[in-house]
Design a protein around this ligand. Structure first.
Ligand code: FNR
Length: 387
């Protein structure tokens, strides 16, 4: 079976592509406009080289990392993605369980299909909540209150989506926050019966469950999608980050930072860290690859906050390169979604195990014992700045 034969993330991507209807695959895999940033995130890692050190006595290695008082087994966690229910029934529960079983963190999107309370009820595990700054102050205060009550230990505020990116695959497919039942989608579904049976016929169209309480009871998936589209707030500002920090009180990260000056603004607004991210190439096309933007952000933060990065991490060696350039940890977007879409919780779990093994093997071959080692050895040189 796939779980036995898949040796890397790319194998799961290929299997996910076979299982999903085209419209769903395009939503998962696509980027904005010409997808140059989507490709560049990968190219950035491929350009970077590791200069290995030998005979360093690193027979035993430790890839664990501490973030906001919690120790995780690996320097990666499952990042926030919306509409996971299109890939697998109860996908947010599956991802939360996969993360907990690998002893890594899980970030739940505002746009999840299982509610934050349901995800919290999956059992032990460290969970963070990703807030889209939609609607007014009362809207976010209510979501943060629910997250706090359900034991989420940190909040990630995503600020790179105040305006929707131009995702042309989705535009061509007529896809926007929901899968509308058109003749083409029906044919697409019939051509992918495993998906059709489990997702569509199994659970029905996934709804934005976190938002259901803001509409009258019994709101449909389509009404909830309408609601999300109506809630964008393009005038969200740094003062609003200050307000969210006061409301939340706990650790808060700002996700979607590329410019080092914005990283400083995030700290000044009270953030405890940033996520260097271009939303996986799904928002502004033509921005730098995140791995290229990382070193300047790390320098600007200067140890005053935590720095996470995401975008194009598909290999343990990518994760090692990000940490070597100063990231505390990375978020996984599509990597674990490929596993999920191919084989549910078991697929996501397998992707996490593959990455953990690859990180360990890369540390071994590069001559590092730990993540701290990695940063001190300077075995990855930052690329000449093209920014
Ligand atoms: C995302 N991303 C995202 N980010 C966020 O803060 N909230 C969200 O709801 C979503 N939704 C979402 C859906 C899908 C299908 C994808 C692929 C991505 C962005 C995500 O958190 C992350 O920044 C990127 O996915 C990282 O790039 P890679 O690893 O996918 O290349």
């Amino acid at each position: 079976s796939l779980l036995k034969t898949a040796t890397n993330v790319a194998d799961f991507a290929a299997a996910a592509r076979r299982r999903l209807p085209r419209v769903v695959w395009d939503y998962l895999d696509g980027g904005a406009e010409d997808e140059t940033t989507l490709r560049d995130n990968r190219a950035g890692f491929e350009r970077l080289k590791i200069m290995p050190r030998v005979l360093t006595g690193n027979a035993k290695r430790d890839q664990s990392v501490e973030l906001f008082g919690t120790r995780f087994a690996s320097p990666f966690m499952i990042g926030p993605t919306g509409l996971n229910g299109l890939f697998w029934p109860d996908a947010d529960l599956a991802l939360a369980r996969a993360a907990a079983s690998a002893d890594v963190g899980f970030a739940l999107s505002t746009a999840s299909n299982n509610s934050l309370e349901e995800v919290a009820a999956t059992g032990p595990g460290t969970r963070w909540f990703q807030l889209y700054p939609w609607g007014d102050a009362a809207f976010s205060a209510r979501l943060l209150e629910r997250a706090k009550r359900s034991g989420y230990s940190a909040v990630i505020v995503t600020i790179d989506t105040l305006t929707a990116g131009k995702r042309e695959r989705d535009l061509r497919n007529g896809f926007s926050h929901e899968l509308r039942i058109t003749p083409r989608v029906v044919l697409d579904g019939l051509a992918h019966p495993a998906w059709l049976r489990s997702v569509w016929l199994g659970r029905g169209m996934p709804r934005f469950e976190n938002l259901a309480e803001f509409l009258p009871p019994g709101a449909s998936a389509s009404q909830l999608a309408d609601f999300t589209r109506s809630q964008r707030n393009p005038s969200f500002a740094w003062e609003d980050i200050e307000r969210l920090k006061r409301t939340w009180e706990g650790p808060l990260l700002v996700k979607g930072i590329l410019a080092s000056a914005d990283a400083v603004s995030a700290l000044e607004a009270g953030a405890d860290g940033v996520v260097v991210s271009n939303h996986g190439g799904r928002q502004l096309d033509g921005v730098p690859a995140t791995i290229d933007a990382l070193p300047d952000v790390v320098a600007a933060i200067g140890g005053r906050g935590r720095v996470l990065v995401d975008g194009g991490l598909r290999r343990g060696s990518d994760i090692v390169k990000a940490v070597a350039l100063g990231a505390d940890a990375v978020l996984l977007g599509r990597s674990t979604l490929y596993g999920l879409a191919a084989a549910g919780q078991a697929g996501a779990t397998r992707v996490l195990a593959i990455l953990r093994d690859e990180v360990d093997r890369t540390l071994a071959l590069a001559g590092a014992r730990s993540l701290v080692d990695l940063q001190q050895m300077q075995i990855v040189s930052s690329p000449p700045s093209q920014l």
